[in-house]
Structures are given as C-alpha cells and as structure tokens.
Ligand binder design. Structure first.
Ligand code: GLY
Ligand code: MN
Ligand code: MN
Length: 459
C-alpha cells in the first residue's frame, strides 16, 4: 500500500496504543516486532516479499527490512511507537521502486519516531537500558533471538555505570493473537472484498470448465481473476483437483486432464491487502452431477448448513464441527459407506470415529491475515478434561472462521463402488455475529441445482 487513508492510520495507531496499555499494565518493557525476512528463491530471484502479519497488524507498513519498537517505559514526550525502516536511496529506488524512508513513514503511518533500520543495533541497548522486560515472539526466529542476545550483551556491558538489563522476557504473541482473533470493521470490510473476488474466481472457473481441459487451465482462470481485481496473491497454494485427485487433501493444481464424469474440487482464494479468503467448491466437469455424486454432495451441503446454523456468539468453537459430524455420519450410514452392521447409529459412528476414514479434518479454522489465522482454539483458563485438554473457546461476535466439511471416498472393498474416488468439500468464510454468522463467500453458488444452472448457462 503506497498511501494510507486517515482512518486506516488511526486503526493501526489504536492497535499500537492497545499493546502499549497492556504492556504498561503488566509492568512495562519494550516490545520488538520485526517484519518478515526477504527470502531468496534461486540465484538473484527472491520469493515475492510478504510482510509478517503481526508487524503489519500493528503498522500497515509493507516494506521489507523494518522493525517496530513499542516502548512502554517512554516518559511523557518521549517516543513510544518507533519504526526502523530502510532509508531513502535514489539508486536502489531506481532498481526496486519507491521507499518511504524513516521520515516519510513516520508522517504517513503515524509513528512517534522513525530511524534507519541500520541504526537499530545502536538504539536498542539505549532503549533496553533499565527496562524491566522484553516482549517479543520468543523462539520463533533464530535471527531475532540472536539479535536480542547481542542487544542484551551490549546493555550488560554498561553494568558498571549502574545500568540494568531487562530481567524478564515475555512472549508477545498471546496478546497479539487475542487482539487479532476478534476482527474490527476495517478488517471485516477488507475480508468481504477478498471474499467477493475469490467467489468471482470460482464462478469464472465453473464457467470455463470443459472436459478435456487440464487442472492448471482452471487454476489460470482463478489467478487471472485475483489479479484482475487487485488481490496481491493467492492466500495459499491453489488446489484444483479433478476426479480421484480430489481425495488428496492438499493436492496442488497439476496437469491432469479433466474427464467427462469427474467432479472437480477447487480450494483456492486470494489475499487482498493483507487479508486471506478461503473458498472450496466442488462441481461436475460435465455441468451435471451423477446420481452418486449428487447424493454425497447433498450430504456435505447439509452438513455445512448444520454447521453454519451452529455458528454464533456464545457457542463453543467445536459446535459447528459436531453439527457437521452428525450429518456426515448419518449420511455415511444411509449410503452404506460405513457398514450398518458395525454401527447402529450416527452416535456410534461419532463415538468410534467411524467417519474418520472419509472425513479426516476439522470443520473450520480461524481466518484473517493468515488463512489459518492466529488465536487459541482452547480456553486456557478453563478446567482440564479427563483427556488433559482445555475446553474449546466460546465464539464471540467479530471472530472469523471457515465452515468446510467434506467427504473423501477412496476405493476399498468394503465401500460401495459407485462412490469410489469421489472427493467433495464445501467451504465458506463466516463472520460470527450476536445471533448467527455472515457468510461472506456466497458470491459463488453452493446449491447443486444452482451450480448446474450456472454451468449450463455458460455452455
Ligand atoms: N485452504 C486451506 C484450508 O482450507 O484450510
Ligand atoms: Mn480452510
Ligand atoms: Mn480452503
């Protein structure tokens, strides 16, 4: 982002203020939040740079080589929110493009102060001198751990002049994770836009699909749509899986040829302005489901509806999963995919995990800046159960999660052959509200008749 609106700047500034308040309440200290490193792909070619989500959450700044320092010990008039970033450099900017430079970044992004990143090692010993605590992502980066070690050594070298080094290091991430878990209006607005671009991409892929095409040709339709609408990249590796490939959970779009009777599973979505979306649709290559495909599709869709109905503020994170499991387990019994002689009821299938051969993932995950977003799934203040686990946490308005049940039937002697090699997942992104949830990805149809109508209109 090369420019920031006033309100976006205020959003990031308010987050920094919240962190500073929390740090002061815990006794003070200095927080260190670096952005992600640039990573070489091969010989002079870098991977596309992607900022660190925590850093971006607190700054809105997406240049590489930058670190945010939040100094909760700053006295009145001293800077408490300090950015270190690349200096302006006419020559480098000729090759690589615009840089804000410290002064520009300070003014545009609303930091109290900003300095060249090359001076971080000079500033840190001064900022850490006599500070009670260090707050950073403990043990997540060997580079950062090593830098902290150097800064502490430099502070300790001043011991004889009476300077004390921080006596405590605290993990900063739990605080940031909790903040990121509940989305504000600014974030939800971006997530809705990302979701609607991704939904359009799925519609385009359904439109374009013809037997005889290769998976990567459908992937191209998705990527085209993401970029055409300004999304910076896919939020994760696109899955475009035709036929039996749909039973491979993380199958990347490959070069398999789409056959007439195949179902195609596409799990693909864009990242827009730092926020992920995550959509899966499964549709018939020919434009019409076979009866076996339709049976399983309707079971997965009913499971998703049940999970969506169970998604609202005040219920357990696990409630949508349990609701989906019940419908899927009943469906597995009804179709004979699980043996009715072995399981008397859906309760039995659930209790004995009879579904797990055909449904081996959970029904959702947090989504936000990261596709599998930050935030605990368990309530760490809750009591341990007899398995030693804490209770699932309670959903609250503003949390965002996916709802993504599926069924994956591999060939096996004890499974009716008509269902072999069918893999189905249906995934939407939900924002929890007081009374239910808002599905932000429904710009692409999910109902089997509507999918067939869309595909038939394209032919
Ligand atoms: N696309 C990754 C997931 O569904 O979790
Ligand atoms: Mn997902
Ligand atoms: Mn997905």
């Amino acid at each position: 982002m090369n420019s920031q609106t006033e309100s976006a700047v205020d959003v990031y500034r308010a987050r920094r203020a919240r962190v500073l308040t929390a740090l002061r309440q815990s006794g003070g200290g200095v927080a260190i939040v670096p952005t992600a490193p640039e990573v070489m792909r091969n010989r002079d070619a870098d991977y596309p740079f992607r900022h660190d989500s925590y850093f971006y959450y607190l700054t809105g700044f997406n240049e590489p080589e930058a670190t945010l320092i939040l100094d909760a010990d700053a006295k009145d008039g001293e800077p408490s929110s300090i950015l270190f970033c690349r200096e302006k450099n006419a020559e480098r900017e000729t090759w690589e493009g615009f840089r804000f430079g410290p002064e520009g970044a300070r003014d545009v992004f609303g930091f109290d102060a900003a300095f060249p990143i090359d001076t971080l090692d000079e500033h840190m010993p001064r900022l850490l001198a006599d500070s009670p605590a260090l707050h950073y992502a403990l043990g997540t980066s060997a580079t950062l751990d090593e830098k902290v070690r150097g800064w502490l050594a430099a502070v300790r070298a001043q011991n004889r002049s009476g300077v004390l080094a921080p006596s405590k290091a605290q993990d900063l991430l739990p605080l940031l994770d909790e903040m990121r878990l509940v989305k504000g209006a600014h974030e939800i607005a971006i997530m809705r836009r990302a979701a609607s671009i991704s939904a359009e991409a799925h519609r385009r892929a359904m439109h374009a699909c013809r037997p005889g095409m290769r998976e990567y040709e459908l992937e191209a339709e998705l990527l085209y749509t993401f970029r055409r609408h300004g999304a910076q990249s896919p939020a994760y590796g696109s899955i475009v899986a035709t036929g039996a490939n749909a039973c491979v959970l993380h199958y990347p779009a490959g070069n398999a040829i789409i056959q007439e009777g195949d179902l195609i599973l596409i799990d693909a979505a864009c990242e827009l302005d730092g926020y992920a979306s995550d959509i899966t649709r499964t549709f018939p290559a020919s434009g019409r489901f076979t009866s076996a495909q339709r049976e399983l599709y309707d079971i997965v869709l009913a499971a998703q509806s049940a999970a969506v109905d169970a998604t609202r503020a005040g219920v357990s994170f696990d409630a949508p999963h349990q609701a989906a499991l019940r419908v899927l387990s009943q469906g597995l019994l009804d179709t004979g995919i699980v043996d009715r002689n072995k399981f008397a009821s859906a309760d039995d299938v659930i209790a004995e995990r009879g579904y797990a051969r055909f449904y081996m993932h959970r029904t959702g995950h947090w989504i936000g800046m990261d596709v599998h977003d930050a935030g605990d799934y368990r309530d760490h203040d809750g009591p341990l159960d007899d398995q030693g686990a804490r209770p699932w946490r309670t959903l609250q308005a503003g949390m965002a999660l996916t709802v993504e049940p599926g069924l994956y039937v591999r060939p096996a002697d004890d499974v009716p052959e008509r269902y072999w090699n069918i893999g189905i997942r249906i995934e939407d992104d939900a924002i929890v509200t007081a009374t239910g949830c808002e599905l932000i990805t429904r710009g692409v149809p999910v109902d089997a008749d509507e999918i067939e109508a869309l595909m038939s209109a394209a032919r």
